[in-house]
Design a binder for this molecule. Structure first.
Ligand code: JAH
Length: 227
């Protein structure tokens, strides 16, 4: 899988070389390329934004600069993801869908966002006929300073699903928050008593049927409490 990001803050993506994702790059499972949006600004002061038509607060990112940055990345079979608080909510099932992609491009906006004609332009038949799909995605109902951190969240959730990225693939099948919506049960390890709090007896019993029942009930109670 090739993942590219377009951003005015390339340094946000330094963590992609760390840990599991760094190893996945070395082994060739993953390839990351980070593009500096400002290098595509050819105007006087290398501006990437301007005031909004219709007035109002803040600045909007220039479509000309985004077009220059994105055009060369729009090869056949590409998922273009635009991070925006107004997008479709990212969840585990969306992570699973994107984990089947061969090429994902994250457009990371700043300020009040990207001129909406960028989304419209790449959402036309010219691109869809080449299996280029545009997705507006949000990781949750809060406003960030820009799309960079949201794209890091998505990259971590998506890439850990790729064969060979996780050390232990069993942790994918018995997932804390799997695609069926099952929530996680509480976990315990040694010692059996810590600061006078004992691990639930049933977990020490070796009765795997009863342990499974207890965990299902505990997961439900926890999910209900957190609603
Ligand atoms: C903020 C461009 N759902 C999280 C999220 C994603 C993107 C942005 N904010 C929140 C954002 C400013 C400019 C994108």
């Amino acid at each position: 899988m090739k993942i590219e990001t377009v951003t005015i803050f390339p340094d946000y993506f330094a963590p992609l070389s760390l840990s599991l994702l760094g190893k996945a790059q070395e082994s060739g499972i993953l390839e990351f390329v980070v593009h500096d949006l400002r290098s595509f600004a050819t105007n006087n002061h290398h501006a990437v934004d301007d005031t909004p038509y219709g007035g109002g607060a803040g600045m909007v990112m220039l479509p000309e600069v985004w077009g220059q940055a994105l055009d060369p990345l729009m090869v056949d079979e590409t998922d273009l993801i635009i991070l925006t608080p107004a997008g479709k909510r990212f969840d585990q099932s969306m992570a699973q869908e994107f984990s089947r992609s061969s090429h994902i491009v994250f457009a990371c906006g700043r300020y009040e966002g990207i001129d909406d004609r960028v989304r419209e332009h790449y959402n036309t038949e010219t691109y869809s006929s080449r299996n280029i799909r545009v997705h507006e995605v949000s990781i949750g109902d809060y406003v960030l300073g820009g799309g960079e951190v949201a794209s890091l969240v998505m990259i971590e959730a998506i890439t850990r699903l790729l064969p060979g990225v996780l050390g232990n693939p069993e942790s994918l099948t018995e997932e804390s928050h799997n695609e069926d919506g099952y929530l996680e049960y509480p976990n315990f390890t040694k010692p059996a008593v810590w600061r006078e709090i004992a691990v639930p007896e049933i977990l020490l019993s070796g009765n795997h049927a009863e342990i499974a029942k207890w965990r299902a009930a505990a997961a439900n109670a926890r999910a209900k409490k957190n609603l």
